[in-house]
Write a protein that binds this ligand. Structure first.
Ligand code: LLP
Length: 434
């Protein structure tokens, strides 16, 4: 369903519209989001997981009201992690029961709002929060469904994962107390606490192990350990929890070296691990849910930039400066993330030259694409496109150097419309009230 291609003149098009026209209408830099691709990915995830599982889109990757409407229409649920994301979700009409609320330090105001509107679940992250949510729910005369976020001692990144018995991080409640026994630690205590509180209904256990993951082995360990906790809960309390959530983190292709798993492979792997482990433990198989953010929205958008200056450094590389940078894509500077880049407004037969695509910000770490090749006849005014910027680019964008954050333009079937508009200088001055 991906609609990005090149027309007969070699100009990149998306949804049937060419980028030169899009740049004229919407300016650069801008994110262009292929709505058909977004919807197709939602359908693919829903289809792969079927009706016995739920897919919660992780709004932190990119959220706007249009996105919420698409998710709603395609049958996905939504994971939010702040009052702002919750407000956006509700403003776009997502039913509260299809929303999960995450975070390691939800404020009392955020909890109160989430409980009052009736979010489907709050994923509790600490003992203090368990008490806080229970107190607020009771005050409102409600019983709030919660999942407990546990840390399973698995840290996964791309092709590797590390399984340990010990956790040193801010999220979740550890399964293990650091000893060899995996299921008898703080998480088992959190379960006791939640079950003892009237304002809370314990519906499941949640685990999220990392991001940009290609290897299913980390999920396998995580699922096994979570099911181990379910068995312990059954033994200790005589209850079988109905849900487990295995989080997000599934990787996408940023460059041609990346080899992501398909949703149906992921669904099959997860459900067979959970089923096998539950059968071995004599447990009913719980309803599984997942929370992909990047894997849904990441590949659906590209950033279009205009080339400004070109600076060849003899024997090294050529620095190509664009009209955006770390304010619209912090990932290269922050994580050493890799991206590719292509000349989008024309084709060229010129020799490839080694370039570094950099932004216009006042620091040398302001790199968009560290190493890439572009044609040697590249010239100011050319448009270049950086693919796979749908996730964690606009959502992590900043106003550094008082940059104006770019718009997100949705393109579908020959029509383009702004879903998040470009900031203006008036927007900047509006906040500056001194
Ligand atoms: N669920 C939970 C509880 C999470 O913490 C996250 C991401 C997700 C789901 C979605 O993960 P995804 O499927 O999008 O990988 N800013 C970083 C990524 C941070 C992810 C934080 N949590 C980046 O740009 O790579």
């Amino acid at each position: 369903a991906r609609t990005v291609t090149r027309d007969a003149d070699g100009v990149v098009t998306v949804g049937g519209l060419d980028v030169t026209r899009l740049a004229e209408e919407f300016g650069t830099p801008a994110y262009f989001l292929d709505e058909a691709d977004f919807r197709a990915r939602c359908q693919e995830w829903r289809g792969a997981f079927g009706t016995d599982a739920d897919v919660f889109y992780a709004g932190k990757a990119f959220l706007s009201r249009a996105v919420v409407r698409w998710l709603y229409e395609e049958g996905l649920n939504l994971d939010v992690c702040s009052g702002g994301e919750l407000t956006t979700a509700l403003a776009a009409g997502m039913p509260a029961e299809r929303i999960a609320f995450h975070g390691n330090n939800k404020t009392p105001e955020e909890i109160e709002k989430a409980v009052s509107v009736g979010v489907g679940r709050i994923v509790v992250d600490s003992f203090l929060e368990i008490a806080r949510v229970a107190h607020i729910a009771q005050g409102l005369g409600k019983r709030q469904p919660v999942q407990i976020r546990v840390t399973v001692g698995v840290e996964a990144h791309t092709h590797e994962f590390i399984a340990t018995a010990h956790e040193d991080q801010k999220f979740g409640i550890a399964l293990s107390d650091g000893s060899a026994e995996i299921e008898g630690g703080p998480a088992a205590e959190a379960v006791r606490r939640v079950l003892s509180l009237d304002g809370l209904e314990l519906v499941g256990i949640h685990s999220h192990i990392g991001s940009q993951i290609f290897d299913m082995a980390g999920f396998e360990v995580s699922a096994r350990r979570v099911v181990g906790l379910l068995a312990r809960i059954r033994d200790e309390h005589g209850v079988e929890l109905p849900e487990i959530d295995l989080g997000g983190g599934l990787g996408i292709a940023y460059t041609s070296d990346d080899d992501p798993r398909e949703p149906h492979e992921i669904a099959k792997a997860l459900s067979s691990i959970v089923t096998r482990e539950c059968e071995a433990a004599g447990l009913r198989v719980p309803r599984i849910s997942v929370e992909p953010g990047r894997a849904i929205v990441g590949p659906t958008a590209f950033t279009l930039y205009e080339v400004g200056t070109i600076k060849p450094l003899e024997g090294l590389r050529t620095y190509v400066s664009v009209d955006g940078g770390m304010s619209d894509n912090i990932r290269t500077a922050l994580y050493d993330a890799e991206y590719s880049v292509a000349l989008a407004s024309r084709t060229s037969d010129a020799e490839p030259m080694l370039v570094r695509v950099v932004g216009k910000h006042c620091e040398s770490g302001d790199i968009v694409v560290r190493d890439a090749f572009l044609p040697a006849d590249l010239a100011p005014g050319d448009l270049i496109a950086v693919p796979a910027t749908g996730a964690y680019c606009r959502s992590m964008a900043s106003n550094y150097n008082h940059a104006l954050r770019p718009p997100v333009v949705a393109v579908r079937d020959g029509a383009a419309h702004t879903i998040v508009r470009r900031e203006t200088e008036e927007d900047l001055l509006r906040l500056d009230v001194g």
